[in-house]
Write a protein that binds this ligand. Structure first.
Ligand SMILES: [Zn+2]
Length: 245
């Protein structure tokens, strides 16, 4: 009898654990019920816990236009502004200091933003507004490009690909190619990227420069880029060789 009760207690524990786990996964996959307000322009919907002013429309249409000019086909996409409280704690669980985050494939067609000031078009992180070029449009395009990359190549490859490809492509779609490769490479050198540099060139300037280089100067296709396992240092060496010619 004792054994039976222990077995039953263990089974109940497992059931409770898996229900909690599935419940949490559902909240990440379908966060709509937790955001009272939404606004849609073209195929982009933004959700917020506060009323969304009309000034958000130009931000959404700019995100839609930049994505449409990018390398991926897309259908309905969503952004959730998890600006504070438990929503921020939960949805930014893996990146409490990030401005945007996705959990692909749970977030199959959406990403989360840490805050939004629609009138200025800037992203809010806690009390701080982030400087251009890292605007709301930039963060929206960056996170949704992650989602589209995942849809294109699948969850395993999305996580397995080199960081410079995944993050570089998201910043490349958002900000385009650098105007001056030689100047930017000289400015960045081999140093870690500082906040000052991010404030003028986006979050991943070196990765963006590399992705832009291979797509526009080396003539790689999107699929060739997404399939490469080349390391960042190998990619940098190839680009620098190309720049020196
Ligand atoms: Zn990213």
């Amino acid at each position: 009898m004792m054994m039976l009760r222990i077995k039953r207690a263990i089974a109940f524990g497992i059931l409770l654990f898996s229900m909690t786990f599935c419940g949490a996964a559902m909240v990440f996959a379908r966060p709509e019920p937790f955001f009272a307000f939404s606004r849609t322009v073209q195929a982009i919907t933004i959700y917020d816990t506060q009323p969304i002013p009309q000034s958000a429309d130009r931000i959404l249409s700019e995100i839609a236009e930049i994505l449409a000019a990018g390398p991926f086909e897309y259908e309905q996409l969503e952004l959730f502004v998890a600006r504070d409280g438990w929503r921020h704690d939960l949805f930014f669980w893996l990146g409490p200091k990030a401005g945007g985050i996705v959990y692909y494939p749970l977030t199959y067609n959406h990403g989360f933003l840490s805050g939004a000031d629609y009138r200025s078009g800037l992203l809010r992180k806690g009390e701080r507004l982030i400087n251009p070029p890292r605007t709301l449009v930039y963060y929206g395009v960056h996170e949704l490009t992650h989602v589209l990359t995942g849809q294109h190549i699948g969850a395993f490859r999305f996580h397995a690909m080199p960081d410079w490809v995944r993050e570089g492509l998201a910043d490349y779609v958002a900000l385009g190619q650098p105007q001056d490769y030689v100047g930017l490479d000289a400015q960045l050198g081999n140093q870690p990227i500082s906040v000052d540099v991010m404030d003028s060139h986006g979050a991943y300037p070196r990765y963006r420069m590399l992705v832009a280089w291979f797509l526009t100067q080396e003539g790689w296709s999107l699929d060739a880029l997404l399939a490469t396992d080349m390391s960042e240092s190998e990619a940098l060496a190839i680009m620098r060789e190309g720049l020196a010619i």
